[in-house]
Design a protein around this ligand. Structure first.
Ligand code: HEC
Length: 198
């Protein structure tokens, strides 16, 4: 009897882990927020990364952008340098703080300013990838969200500037060498990839 319960518990646990690692959609096609993304693979944090005008660049209190990817997709990328169907990224944008507790210099991460997602599902989305805004900041993080429409700015910037497919592998230091080795960086990427190392 005890053993049957153990098996059942293990099966339920396996289901939960498995479900947590794949995009799940509502009947109307909205994406469920992956509540356990903090247990996924952490790729990197951008600090105050800006892409636009100098006003944004001068921000004295820059945000952190933490990037997570689901473990199954990460594993596939390590093997192939490509993103499989069902890849799911979370971009967690957090405000920076300083001079809290014993801290006197530098900055640490504080509350969530916004959460954005990106999913690869070629059967569901004509462009293969879709983008989602789950709010955060002044509003609570949403539990489901619809894919952003063609007017959103996400897709044009990601597809034009991402080093591998739609994604910014050039900013993920453990993945860039993998893409280089597997030859999956976009053509011409190395030529435009000059960076200043500090
Ligand atoms: C002007 C260019 C630009 C636009 C517009 C843009 N992004 Fe990004 N995005 C980036 C860059 C650069 C990164 C690299 C990570 C970082 O900022 O730390 C990134 C990373 C991401 C990631 C992590 C996975 C990846 O692709 O590398 C997600 C998820 C994401 N963005 C979602 C969005 C969503 C949703 C929108 C639209 C609401 C959006 N982005 C609009 C430039 C852009």
């Amino acid at each position: 009897m005890v053993r049957r319960w153990m098996l059942l518990t293990m099966a339920l646990l396996a289901c939960r882990l498995w479900a947590g690692d794949k995009p799940r959609f509502t009947a109307s096609g909205e994406l469920h927020f992956p509540a356990h993304y903090r247990e996924w693979v952490f790729l990197s944090s951008g600090l105050g990364m800006t892409y636009g005008n100098s006003a944004a660049r001068a921000n004295a209190n820059p945000s952190f952008t933490n990037v997570f990817v689901n473990p199954a997709a990460h594993k596939a990328f390590l093997a192939t340098g490509r993103w499989p169907e069902g890849t799911m990224f979370v971009l967690e944008i957090r405000r920076s703080s300083s001079e809290g507790s014993i801290n006197r210099g530098g900055a640490f991460q504080s509350r969530i300013a916004a959460i954005e997602l990106e999913v690869k599902d070629s059967q569901r989305f004509p462009q293969g990838w879709a983008f989602f805004d789950f709010a955060g900041g002044e509003q609570p993080v949403k539990s489901t969200a619809a894919a952003l429409g063609p007017k959103a700015t996400c897709q044009p910037c990601h597809s034009a500037n991402g080093a591998v497919e739609n994604t910014f592998v050039q900013f993920y230091p453990t993945l860039l060498p993998v893409a280089r080795k597997k030859g999956t960086l976009k053509a011409g990427f190395e030529a435009m990839a000059g960076a200043h190392a500090h």
